[in-house]
Design a protein around this ligand. Structure first.
Ligand code: A2P
Length: 275
């Protein structure tokens, strides 16, 4: 069975295709073709964000395929810098307009803090502000503009800040997750609370491709390092979002129907690759 026909079921019962097409760093003018090719090759799940500045191109690409709206799953995100109810509400309106859609399948808070403060451990935590953003997202669900809501780049205390107060629970946390960078504390917390982990940068934004150890292991399965990394995320129960603008890569990344054996999984689990 191809991963392209498999799904995860979110905690709210919604179905989400197991492999998503990442579009971070895909320019708006390139997005229509990349998305069109992805859909032609069988992807039915596209991940974008206001911050990627390519929602318009993603929407255009989807429409150009003629795929039925209900046959495709679209995720977008509220910018990390928008930390008020009003900004979040406006952001949702803008996303719908840019995408040219009347519904977003999954809407995420892009990060718990503005990007400029993400690496600063002494920065304010924006707990109250994230709850205000969440309220705007819940109301978008009530209006039928958004089907499911979640977060991105959230650590455990960022998550409990939402789950302790929310009316609608987050169903997903999209985090950087790849071989050598697995954030096991937040992954375990999410597994225990039925929050799906979506893995962005599953190939380490391409940095893993040149590693000799991964090249050698991939060869034993007759796959590429990219395929090994995508398969690793799947076997860890995560939803990988590989990004590419090249048709051969976009296609190759869908061929991940092999099994990494337990010994190799243990080897991969033990790797630590910070950068
Ligand atoms: P490109 O965008 O030029 O097609 P990640 O998904 O971890 O962010 O990694 C994305 C990077 O990995 C991009 O530079 C992308 O190249 C590259 N990439 C994606 N899939 C493959 C593949 N199958 N083989 C080689 N490089 C790939």
């Amino acid at each position: 069975m191809s991963v392209l026909t498999e799904n995860f079921t979110l905690a709210n019962g919604a179905v989400i295709p197991k492999l998503g097409f990442g579009t971070w760093q895909t320019p708006n003018e390139v997005a229509p073709q990349a998305v069109r090719e992805a859909v032609e090759l069988g992807y039915t799940h596209i991940d974008t964000a206001r911050a990627y500045q390519n929602e318009q191109g993603v929407g255009e690409g989807l429409r150009s395929t003629g795929i039925a709206r209900d046959a495709v799953f679209i995720t977008t995100k509220i910018p990390a810098e928008f930390k008020s109810y009003d900004q979040a509400k406006k952001s949702i309106e803008t996303s719908l307009k840019e995408l040219g859609e009347s519904r977003i399948d999954l809407l995420l808070i892009h990060a718990p803090r503005p990007w400029a403060q993400m690496a600063d451990t002494t920065a304010p935590r924006y707990f109250e502000e994230n709850r205000a953003v969440w309220q705007a997202m819940e109301e978008a669900v009530d209006r039928g503009e958004v089907a499911s809501i979640g977060v991105s780049n959230f650590q455990i205390d960022d998550l409990t800040n939402i789950t302790d107060h929310c009316r609608i629970a987050p169903v997903a946390n999209q985090i950087r997750f790849h071989v050598g960078y697995t954030q096991s504390d937040v992954v375990e917390y999410c597994a225990a609370h039925d929050i799906l982990i979506e893995a962005y940068s599953p190939i380490g934004t391409g940095r893993l491709l040149k590693r000799e150890d991964l090249i050698a292991m991939a060869a034993t399965y007759e796959v590429s390092v990219a395929q090994l990394c995508i398969r690793y995320a799947l076997q860890k129960g995560c939803l990988p979002l590989p990004k590419s603008t090249h048709r051969t890569y976009i296609e190759q990344n869908t061929h991940v129907d092999f099994e990494i054996n337990a010994t190799d999984m243990a080897t991969l689990d033990a790797l630590v690759i910070a950068d």
